[in-house]
Design a protein around this ligand. Structure first.
Ligand code: NAP
Length: 276
């Protein structure tokens, strides 16, 4: 088994994830895994970094596919005995003018952004080694969507005692409510992406709390962040930040020094803790 440190970035064949891998290749003292659901796109991205003189390794990972997540888990366990840095970056968003029915958008968006990310965490968090870092890429849209929730939902999402099961039930309820066209009546905002990212931010707060309770001595730091408005296929060419600039906050959180005792369980943008 290798003693080398290892970092894994989900959804990193393009966009912000690719830029995170590029930065980690330059700054992380260990093996950096670029992962992609499509091996062809993943290997192409690794080759692009190679042309820049950077060496990333590749492993397939589709966060919608539990078998794929478990294959990566088993690989990391066997080759490295765990992992040191996990960046949950993979995500999707329907375009504003997409005419796909809202209930379908809700189901598909929540499936990847919330349930897929959660499945990766369920399988990989137990493998994270002491002094490791976990970064969940959320969005400022999670904050604005929270503001659009009913007072009752806001209280639940801001609660310091909400459990992961309760959060899963709420995310499931959102999808069900959209199918019955009652989501607005039930206090939800009209944004599937926003609700999925509320899920990612709240999940991060819960996971950080669980680490405090169950692995206090391990000094693992886990946070959610917004990369900013970044020029990628998701956000388009008018966005203000380059992918490398968008990678800055996730990379800052992935490389927190081992003697840092925070941030932990926070939501950050521009390397600054934001009020949730
Ligand atoms: P992007 O250019 O569309 O890239 C998204 C990446 O996620 C791609 O590599 C995509 O792979 C991958 N992905 C999607 N579904 C996946 C799955 N099931 N399994 C594994 N990988 C999957 O988007 P981006 O702008 O870089 O976004 C990266 C993250 O930042 C997302 O979580 C997004 O919500 C968040 N974010 C972005 C912005 C922004 O302004 N761009 C703002 C706030 C937050 P394929 O190539 O195979 O599709």
């Amino acid at each position: 088994m290798s003693n080398v440190q290892v970092a894994v970035v989900t959804g990193s064949n393009k966009g912000i994830g690719f830029a995170i891998v590029r930065a980690l290749c330059k700054q992380f003292p260990g093996d950096v895994y670029l992962t992609a659901r499509d091996p062809g796109r993943g290997q192409e991205a690794v080759a692009k970094l190679q042309e820049e003189g950077l060496h990333a390794l590749f492993h397939q990972l589709d966060i919608d596919d539990l078998q794929s997540i478990r294959a990566l888990r088993d690989f990391l366990k066997q080759k490295y005995g765990g992992l040191n840095v996990l960046v949950n970056n993979a995500g999707i968003a329907f375009k504003v003018h997409d005419t796909t029915p809202f209930a379908v958008q809700a189901e598909v968006t929540l499936k990847t952004n919330f349930f897929g990310t959660r499945n990766v965490c369920t399988e990989l968090l137990p493998l994270v080694k002491p002094y490791g870092e976990v970064v969940n890429v959320s969005s400022m849209v999670s904050s604005s969507a929270l503001g659009g929730c009913s007072r009752e939902l806001q209280e639940k999402f801001r609660s310091n005692t909400i459990t992961e099961d309760e959060l899963v039930d709420l995310m499931t309820k959102f999808v069900e409510d959209t199918k019955k066209s009652v989501h607005e009546k039930e206090g939800w905002p009209n944004t599937a992406y926003g609700v999925s990212k509320i899920g990612v931010t709240v999940l991060s707060r819960i996971q950080a709390r669980m680490l405090n309770e169950k692995r206090k001595g391990d000094h693992i730091l886990l946070n959610a962040c917004c990369p900013g408005w970044v020029r990628t296929d998701m956000a388009g060419p008018k966005a203000t930040k380059s992918p490398d600039e968008g990678a800055e906050t996730p990379v800052y959180l992935a490389l927190l020094p081992s003697d840092a005792d925070g941030p932990h369980g926070q939501f950050l943008s521009n390397k600054t803790v934001r009020t949730w």
